[in-house]
Design a protein around this ligand. Structure first.
Ligand code: ZN
Ligand code: FE
Ligand code: FE
Length: 195
């Protein structure tokens, strides 16, 4: 009868999964960059590609610090997220909408990674693997910063330009509240006037 696995075994498994996820992302990020129309968005994806290559090396250091062979194990989760991103890129959206969708796809990946590294840091700390914890925390910080950068690009103009293209008749900001002047916001009018 095989002995039951420990948290340390689960930790090594998660490291291998994450190592593979990062490798998949080095192939996906150039595609997101290429599909971007906004130059700042393209630069953000390109910058995060460079960071991702550093994260792969950092994971190799983590394996070394634990006297483990560097090895990946197919990450189904990120594969699914990347697959969804590919489907979006095949859609026939206007440029602004595509940029907004690329950000959405990128942020799904960043959040997946934040969850993975958050767990890895916590487990490393709990088991006293301080060097591993330190390295993994550095990557967690980079993933959070990448996510914030994408939010700032989305909220700093990309979403609004896409929204304006979707609703060109609504130049002025309108309050969402009901009452005088809110007639255009009724569902019936919205259906007729938009799309
Ligand atoms: Zn351990
Ligand atoms: Fe990463
Ligand atoms: Fe990332």
């Amino acid at each position: 009868m095989a002995e039951a696995g420990t948290l340390h075994d689960a930790f090594i498994d998660e490291l291998r999964d994450t190592y593979d996820a990062e490798k998949q992302l080095t192939k996906a990020l150039p595609k997101l960059a290429k599909a971007s129309s906004n130059p700042k968005l393209r630069q953000a994806f390109e910058a995060h590609l460079k960071e991702t290559q550093g994260q792969i090396e950092r994971l190799e250091q983590v394996f070394e610090s634990l006297d483990e062979k560097v090895r990946g194990k197919h990450c189904d989760g990120i594969a699914g997220i990347i697959e969804e991103g590919k489907s979006i890129m095949e859609e026939d959206f206007d440029e602004m909408t595509m940029d907004a969708c690329l950000i959405a796809a990128g942020q799904r990946a960043e959040h997946y990674e934040m969850a993975a590294y958050g767990t890895l840091v916590a487990w490393a700390e709990a088991m006293g693997h301080t060097e591993a914890a330190r390295l993994l925390q550095q990557t967690l910080d980079e993933e959070k910063a990448a996510d914030k950068k994408l939010s700032s690009l989305a909220e700093g103009g990309i979403n609004q330009r896409a929204a304006d293209a979707a609703h060109p008749d609504e130049e002025e900001e309108e309050p969402m509240a009901t009452g005088a002047g809110a007639g255009r916001k009724t569902p019936a009018t919205a259906k007729a006037g938009r799309r």
